[in-house]
Design a protein around this ligand. Structure first.
Ligand SMILES: Nc1ncnc2c1ncn2[C@@H]1O[C@H](COP(=O)(O)OP(=O)(O)OP(=O)(O)O)[C@@H](O)[C@H]1O
Ligand SMILES: [Mg+2]
Length: 313
């Protein structure tokens, strides 16, 4: 089944969570039965869209026995998955909750490299869809990926007139900015990283985003700033969207929920500022859920009227 919305995850992972009483060096630590979940930006965006009763095609790379586990997890989520097989093992990230301190420790394994055979297979899969309206690239992307991949995506986007939405960081984000996108959604650190700094202040952020939009390659620059919401800059101006205060249980997947909320509304023909408003509500709704539980549409819509918009430009 072809879909209006395509998500791409180039380096997905299995998130393996367990609980220990307390960390003690040199001793064997007794762990609870591990809980396994599929992880990776695009997969999460597809998951939230599914919660919102919206179909998407979820393209991701997987390999080795861990890749088989990932495929199985994605299958049980009921996603419309298109798997690209890799010779590399899908990475496993490890999350340990220490009961004694109530602290969570998150161990992230290195991002998988994407070889030419794999990115070409991803492109072929994308090109099979003639009617896509949204192409979403989300999650970590290996530095080694060829710029040809982004060039090809640029051509596809122009040819099909679909909207390219990107939530990634580092050198991949840099390459995309020069190739062009409808919307980029880095968080504040990721956006600041583009300018070789850790945290830009809001004034600098808006200035840099405005310059980026003026170059006419990126239509909408959306920088998420956790509990402080997000700043959107496009040719109509600059806006600070402020979420309501919520009782935060887990921030895992907040950014992906935000992207899904935006696409859900854009797909209904709603204009960008109101689409981002639902995105902010969706991100905040996810933080009110525990663990990996992502928000429902009802939860996001409940917060929607409480999201405030302040015009900056
Ligand atoms: N503590 C919080 N309280 C309320 N809302 C939050 C909080 N953290 C995140 N959000 C909501 O989620 C959105 C995205 O969050 P954030 O900026 O943390 O994204 P991110 O760093 O990309 O997250 P991810 O870890 O999923 O990649 C925010 O714009 C906001 O709407
Ligand atoms: Mg993020």
């Amino acid at each position: 089944m072809s879909s209006q919305i395509i998500t791409i995850t180039l380096s997905p992972c299995i998130d393996k969570s367990t609980i220990v009483e307390r960390f003690v060096p040199e001793k064997k630590l007794k762990c609870s039965y591990p809980v396994l979940e599929a992880g990776g930006g695009g997969i999460n965006v597809s998951r939230v869209l599914k919660n919102f009763k919206t179909n998407s095609e979820c393209i991701y790379i997987s390999g080795g026995y861990t890749g088989k586990i990932l495929d199985n997890l994605v299958f049980h989520e009921g996603l419309n998955a298109k798997t690209i097989s890799s010779e590399q093992y899908t990475r496993e990230n490890f999350i340990v909750f220490e009961k004694h301190t109530h602290l969570q420790f998150r161990f992230g394994m290195p991002i998988n490299k994407v070889v030419e055979k794999e990115w070409r297979a991803v492109l072929n899969q994308i090109k099979k869809s003639k009617k896509s309206s949204f192409l979403v690239l989300s999650g970590s992307v290996s530095e080694n990926i060829s710029p040809v991949f982004f060039k090809e995506i640029e051509l596809f986007v122009k040819k099909t007139n679909c909207k390219f939405i990107v939530d990634t960081a580092g050198s991949a984000l840099k390459k995309i900015i020069t190739a062009g996108a409808f919307l980029i959604k880095p968080n504040l650190n990721e956006f600041s990283g583009l300018y070789g700094t850790k945290t830009l202040n809001y004034k600098e952020l808006v200035k840099k985003a405005k310059q980026m939009v003026a170059k006419a390659k990126v239509e909408n620059v959306l920088v998420s700033i956790g509990k402080d919401g997000a700043i959107l800059v496009n040719k109509t101006g600059g806006y600070h969207l402020i979420p309501p205060k919520v009782k935060v249980k887990s921030t895992v997947g907040a950014g992906d929920s935000m992207v899904a909320g935006i696409i859900y509304n854009l797909n209904k023909g709603i204009e960008i500022l109101d689409a981002v408003k639902l995105g902010v509500a969706a991100g905040s709704a996810t933080t009110a859920n525990s663990g990996m539980q992502l928000c429902s549409l009802t939860e996001a819509k409940k917060l929607l009227p409480k999201v405030k918009i302040k015009k900056l430009l």
